[in-house]
Design a protein around this ligand. Structure first.
Ligand code: ACM
Length: 264
């Protein structure tokens, strides 16, 4: 499977031009699966709820999902994209999965970061999987990386690849995702953005780039630069994630002792 990310700097509020950039980049990617950053159509640093509302759209009937569905159909690819979703009078920081047959499902970010708590409702979808031509895809969004339960839930459900749209500001996530891969024996694709946003009187937010793919033993299949923009694709066998044996005595999931963990 050829899978990758498009790392770029979305222009705040410029949904149409961001979508054009995405369409051009993904059309030439040659990938089976592409992951885009969190909130990749709207930008990140909102200054009011009205602004968030104006930059949100219903899923799957909104223009972005429709445009990405056309792209996925014509290129026979799967796309994961972060966007601001309007639903039932609420707004969610969501990731959508789209395939050659159109919209497949939505994940709503569980762990909201910083001022996102002012704008978005906490996600209510939980962590679930979708099958893409026999490959099981799980979705999580940015700050979910801080909670190992997110990747663990997806891996225990059977994820082969964790698709992870992000707008990373803190420096820790790329290394943490290496650990998420090692402890869960899964592939991960983290798509981050670049650039800086400084809107209204707010302190500037600088996004760290470093989008990456990791393999089941924590190999860094690629890691992009902090300011690099573009598509990066790698090739791997996603079914390697089904083998959880560490050696002839240990199985990473079989050896779990759920009764010993007091997690609640
Ligand atoms: C983040 O969750 N966007 C840091």
């Amino acid at each position: 499977m050829k899978a990758g990310v498009f790392q770029f700097c979305p222009a705040f509020g410029e949904v149409r031009s961001n979508l054009e950039r995405i369409t051009t980049a993904l059309s030439g990617s040659g990938a089976d699966l592409m992951v885009l950053p969190e909130l990749c159509l709207s930008g990140y640093q909102f200054t009011s709820l009205d602004e968030v509302r104006a930059l949100s759209e219903p899923v799957p009937d909104g223009p972005t999902v429709q445009a990405l569905s056309d792209l996925a159909r014509s290129r026979k690819m799967f796309i994961v994209a972060g966007l601001s979703e309007q639903a039932d009078g609420k707004i969610f920081n969501s990731a959508v999965l789209i395939g050659p047959e159109g919209w497949m499902g939505t994940y709503r970010k569980t762990h909201l970061f910083f001022e996102e708590t002012l704008w978005f409702s906490p996600g209510d979808t939980g962590f679930r999987l979708w099958e893409a031509e026999g490959v099981r895809l799980g979705l999580m969004v940015c700050f979910d990386w801080t909670f190992p339960e997110a990747a663990r839930s997806l891996a225990l459900a059977g994820a082969d690849i964790i698709c992870h749209p992000a707008n990373l500001i803190l420096p820790y996530c790329p290394d943490a995702m290496v650990t998420r891969s090692i402890e869960n024996r899964v592939f991960t694709l983290t798509a981050n953005r670049t650039g800086t946003e400084s809107r209204g009187a707010k302190p500037a937010l600088r996004f760290i780039g470093k989008s990456q793919a990791t393999g089941v033993r924590g190999e860094i299949l690629f890691r992009m630069g902090e300011e690099e923009e573009g598509v990066r694709v790698t090739e791997f066998d996603p079914l390697a994630a089904r083998d959880k044996r560490a050696n002839e005595y240990n199985d990473l999931f079989g050896d779990r002792r759920a009764g010993m963990y007091d997690l609640e």
